[in-house]
Ligand binder design. Structure first.
Ligand code: GRG
Length: 430
């Protein structure tokens, strides 16, 4: 099939760790060194980050309020921001919400189904079926190695959905690897442009290597749009350029690019439960919120590591308001000011998790367990930051194996709750 026409043109500035044409021919599609052990990673940038906004309408960071009727964050005043120069600009939340609407519109025409009958069967070209299976299997191996818990959860999905999720996950990891991996220092905006044109080829059915072939096949079968993928690359460009974020609006956009996009890519594959009464937009909004919540958590966990790389992802205006300077962060002293600042940041991240929760129940049953499990595990990192007395400078907050194991049956029980069993969905009705 078209997606197995592996192209042999290696863009010179894409690091070889991303899988060369030769590697494909030899069957070693993605050298393991492309995904070094996590503790050895080049942390030149914050990893995928995401978030929406303010924890409580009454907090000093509240520029949005969560509206349970629509399942959306609504601007408290307006979706327009006024700059100091007096120019009026559309807020990041509004920009991203427009993407959510577009993504939802793309899948709306598809009938909701738990078995995904809309998924087209593999096109059989003699000799290619085995290769495609091998490509997906390799994606599964990478996912298993880098996101064990999530991988285990995906095993509950239908085989088609599971392998599609692996293919998307692997593309995201490879993209992240460009600016966060062993070859990060060689990455230029031109390399990202090349990665983007390679993405266009994947969507046009012209994959470059085996891992791309799996994604190419996935996007030919599910209503997955290219925009969130392009946006993720845009997040990598942003990371090359910026090491400070003026305010939450800037950080919001970054978080959408690098993590909220993953939520938008996943919903078309995970599927919305046929019995769900929630609007497609609201489910996409929840998926976005989960991406944002995870990314904010990731940022809060890694403050010290990032500072050692000269990076501060926390909003500068909020830091200034709390009386905290960049130097204070580089010094890494846990003061009362810091604790109080962190409490507000944690509140905001929790608000996004809460917003995401309502959407998980609306997903197809088989997709709920892995999503609940990963939501719970990531949210617990916030509890661990508190347990470390807000020392995220020198102590890494992590969830113990025992807690991870405990989260699985809890997530499983929650996954049994179906949209129809909720007397009143917290998401908007169609
Ligand atoms: C809620 C609904 C309706 C759907 C779910 C939609 C999904 C799957 C959302 C999840 C999006 C996601 C997994 C984003 C990635 C965010 C993130 C911070 C990833 C960090 O990944 P790693 O770098 O592997 O994490 P560590 O640094 O913790 O190892």
């Amino acid at each position: 099939m078209a997606c197995l026409l592996l192209r042999m043109i290696a863009p010179a500035d894409i690091p070889s760790g991303l899988g060369s044409a030769e590697a494909v021919r030899e069957g070693d599609h993605l050298p393991r060194k492309a995904f070094p052990p996590r503790n050895n990673r080049n942390l030149s940038r914050k990893r995928r980050r995401w978030s929406l906004r303010s924890p409580h309408a009454d907090s000093k960071y509240a520029s949005l309020r969560f509206d349970p009727e629509s399942g959306r964050n609504l601007p408290l005043v307006s979706s327009l921001l006024t700059s100091t120069a007096g120019e009026v600009a559309v807020s990041s939340e509004q920009k991203v919400y427009n993407v959510v609407l577009k993504q939802a519109a793309l899948v709306k025409q598809q009938p909701r189904s738990s078995t995904a009958p809309d998924v087209k069967p593999d096109t059989v070209i003699p000799g290619s079926v085995g290769l495609l299976k091998e490509a997906y299997d390799r994606c599964g191996e990478v996912c298993a190695e880098y996101a064990k818990t999530f991988y285990l959860g995906t095993l509950l999905m239908t085989p088609e959905r599971r392998r599609a999720i692996w293919a998307i996950d692997v593309w995201c990891r490879r993209t992240d690897e460009l600016v966060d991996g062993p070859n990060a220092s060689q990455i230029t905006p031109t390399a990202l442009d090349r990665w983007e044109s390679r993405l266009e080829d994947v969507f046009a059915g012209r994959p470059y290597d085996m891992l791309d072939a799996a994604l190419s096949d996935t996007v030919s079968k599910y209503p997955v749009d290219i925009q969130p993928f392009r946006d993720m690359i845009e997040g990598m460009r942003m990371d090359l350029k910026k090491s400070r974020y003026k305010n939450f609006d800037e950080l919001y956009l970054y978080c959408y690019y690098v993590a909220g996009t993953v939520g938008l890519m996943s919903v078309p594959v995970m599927g919305i439960a046929p019995e769900s009464k929630a609007t497609t937009e609201s489910v996409y909004g929840a998926a976005l919120a989960l991406g944002l919540a995870n990314q904010l958590t990731n940022i809060l966990r890694d403050v010290g590591e990032d500072a050692r790389r000269g990076r501060i992802y926390l909003p500068q205006d909020e830091l200034a308001q709390a009386g905290i300077s960049d130097e204070d962060i580089f010094d890494g002293k846990v003061t009362e000011k810091w604790r109080s600042f962190m409490k507000n940041q944690i509140k905001r991240a929790r608000m996004f998790f809460q917003q995401a929760e309502a959407g998980v129940t609306e997903l197809n049953r088989a997709s709920r367990w892995p999503v609940w499990a990963s939501l719970q595990l990531y949210r617990q990192i916030l509890d661990e930051i508190e347990a470390n007395d807000y020392n995220n400078f020198t102590k890494r907050a992590y969830v113990s194996k025992a807690k991870k194991l405990l989260a699985l049956p809890v997530a499983y029980r929650r996954s049994l709750i179906s949209p129809s069993s909720l007397s009143q969905s917290s998401l908007a009705k169609t």
